[in-house]
Design a protein around this ligand. Structure first.
Ligand code: FAD
Length: 406
C-alpha cells in the first residue's frame, strides 16, 4: 500500500475524476481533496453537444462516478469552490472564500474555457457559449422546432450543435471564418463531405465570413456579418475554440506556454505539482512533438500517469492521441495528428458513408479520420503508433485488412 499525506486536486472535471479513481486504484491511502468551481460532481462533457443537448440523457448520467464513489473512497469534495492562488513555499492553495489547504502533491486539472468574442451585442440574452451543463440547459431552453439558430464556428462543437438542432426541426445557419468546416483538423476532402451532409439536412453555411456583431433589445434578434448581410436569429451558439486555464499556475511561477508545461510524467516545473488534461502542454514522445490536446482520452491517460507518479512509480505518458465526434448518424473517429501531411488516401466509400481518410507524411502513416469505420480506426491507430510505411494503393484496398499491413 502506498502511503502519503495529502494530495490536492484543483478542478473537478473529467481528468480530475479519473485521477481520484486512479489514485485509489493504485492503493494511495492518504487524503485526497478535490476542489472544483462548478456545482456538479466531475462529469463528462462530450454528451453536452450531443445526447444531452438533444434531451436524450439526464444530467446524472453525465457524472463520471456516482456520489457514493467519493464517499466510499473518502474524498474530501469541495464543489462550488474556486482556488484563487497556489503558494509553493508553504505548499498550500487558497480558495476564493479564504480557506487555505495544504498539500504534499498538487494536481492542476483546471481544463479550459471557451474563447470569447469581443463584439457588440455578445452579452445579449440568447447568445451562448457551450462548456458546462448550465450552458446547455440555457441553450436547450431556446431550442424549438421552427426557431432560428445561428452558430458561430464550424468546428466540432458548432457542427454537433447544428446536427442536433436541425434534427429537432430548427432553422440553422453556421457562420465560419475559414472557407470550409473543421478546417483546423481535417482534410478538404472530409470537410466537403461533412458540409454536404449538413447542407442536405438543411444547414445554411456562410464561409469566409466576418462577424460584425449581434443586435436586439434585450434578447438577440439579428446577427450582422462584415459583408453587410443580416441574419435573423432567435438564439446564437458561439464555438470558436478554447483557452487553457493556466492563470493559477502562471501566477505561482510555474512554467506555462499555451498550457501548463509538463514533462512526460505530467510533472510541471515544480516537482510537487502535476498538470493534466486540456490545460497541459506536454511532450508526445511517440510523435516527437509538444501538444496541448482537448480530448477525453488525453485527460484520462494523463490522469492515470500523474496518479502513478504521485504513488512513486515512474510512469510515462506516451499515447497516440484520439478523439471522436457524433453528427447525425456519422461517428467520426480521429487518431494521430494530421498536421503536415502530404498525401491523403481514401479507403471505403464516401457515398456509402463509411470510409477512412488516411494521412501520410513522407510515406509514413501519421493520422486517420474514420467515418463509421471503427475497425479502420482501431487498426490504423496501431499502425500510427508503429510509424508504419505502407504504399497508398495498398492502404486504399479495402479487401486487405489494415492490421495485415504492418
Ligand atoms: P474539464 O473537464 O474542463 O475540467 C476542468 C474543471 O476545472 C472545470 O470544472 C473548471 O470549471 C474547473 N476549474 C478551472 N479553474 C478552477 C479553479 N481555479 N478552481 C477550481 N476549479 C477550477 N473530447 C473528446 O475526446 N470527444 C468529444 O466528443 C468531445 N466533445 C466535447 C464536447 C463539448 C461540448 C466540450 C465542452 C468538450 C468536448 N470534448 C470532447 C473535450 C473534453 O470534454 C475535454 O478535453 C475534457 O473535459 C478535459 O478534461 P479536463 O479535466 O482537462 O477539463
Amino acid at each position: 500500500m502506498v502511503t502519503m499525506k495529502n494530495v490536492v486536486i484543483v478542478g473537478a472535471g473529467h481528468g480530475a475524476g479519473q485521477a481520484v479513481a486512479a489514485l485509489r486504484q493504485q492503493q494511495y491511502a492518504g487524503t485526497i481533496t478535490l476542489i472544483g468551481d462548478e456545482p456538479w460532481l466531475p462529469y463528462q462533457r462530450p454528451p453536452l453537444s450531443k445526447k444531452y443537448l438533444a434531451g436524450e440523457l439526464p444530467a446524472e448520467r453525465l457524472y463520471f462516478k456516482p456520489a457514493s464513489f467519493y464517499d466510499d473512497a473518502a474524498i474530501r469534495l469541495m464543489l462550488n469552490t474556486r482556488v484563487s492562488s497556489i503558494d509553493r513555499d508553504t505548499r498550500s492553495v487558497t480558495t476564493a472564500t479564504g480557506d487555505t489547504i495544504g498539500y504534499d502533491e498538487l494536481l492542476i486539472a483546471t481544463g479550459s474555457r471557451p474563447r470569447t468574442l469581443a463584439l457588440p451585442g455578445v452579452d445579449l440574452d440568447g447568445v451562448h457559449y457551450l462548456r458546462s451543463i448550465r450552458d446547455v440547459d440555457e441553450i436547450r431552453a431556446g431550442m424549438q422546432a421552427g426557431k432560428r439558430l445561428t452558430i458561430v464556428g464550424a468546428g466540432y462543437i458548432g457542427l454537433e450543435v447544428a446536427a442536433v438542432a436541425t434534427t429537432l426541426g430548427m432553422q440553422v445557419t453556421v457562420i465560419e471564418m475559414a472557407d470550409r468546416v473543421m478546417s483546423r483538423v481535417v482534410s478538404p476532402e472530409l470537410s466537403a463531405f461533412y458540409a454536404s451532409v449538413h447542407s442536405r439536412h438543411g444547414v445554411n453555411f456562410r464561409f469566409s465570413a466576418g462577424l460584425k456583431g449581434f443586435t436586439g433589445t434585450s434578447h438577440v434578434q439579428q446577427v450582422e456579418l462584415a459583408s453587410g448581410e443580416v441574419i435573423p436569429a432567435d438564439s446564437v451558439v458561439i464555438g470558436v475554440g478554447i483557452v487553457p486555464n493556466v492563470e493559477l499556475a502562471e501566477a505561482a511561477g510555474i512554467e506555462t506556454s499555451d498550457g501548463v508545461v509538463v514533462d512526460d510524467h505530467c510533472r510541471t516545473s515544480d516537482p510537487h505539482i502535476y498538470a493534466i488534461g486540456d490545460c497541459s502542454m506536454h511532450p508526445n514522445t511517440l510523435l516527437g512533438v509538444q501538444l496541448r490536446l482537448e480530448s477525453v482520452h488525453n485527460a484520462l491517460e494523463q490522469a492515470k500517469t500523474a496518479a502513478a507518479n504521485i504513488c512513486g512509480e515512474e510512469a510515462v505518458y506516451c499515447q497516440v492521441p484520439w478523439f471522436w465526434s457524433d453528427q447525425y448518424d456519422l461517428k467520426l473517429q480521429i487518431a494521430g495528428i494530421s498536421q503536415g501531411y502530404d498525401q491523403v488516401v481514401i479507403r471505403g466509400s464516401m457515398e456509402e458513408r463509411a470510409f477512412a481518410c488516411l494521412y501520410l507524411r513522407d510515406g509514413q502513416l501519421i493520422a486517420v479520420d474514420a467515418v463509421n469505420r471503427p475497425k479502420e480506426f482501431v487498426q490504423s491507430k496501431a499502425l500510427i503508433a508503429a510509424h508504419a510505411r505502407i504504399a497508398p494503393a495498398m492502404l486504399a484496398d479495402s479487401s486487405i485488412e489494415l492490421r495485415e499491413m504492418s
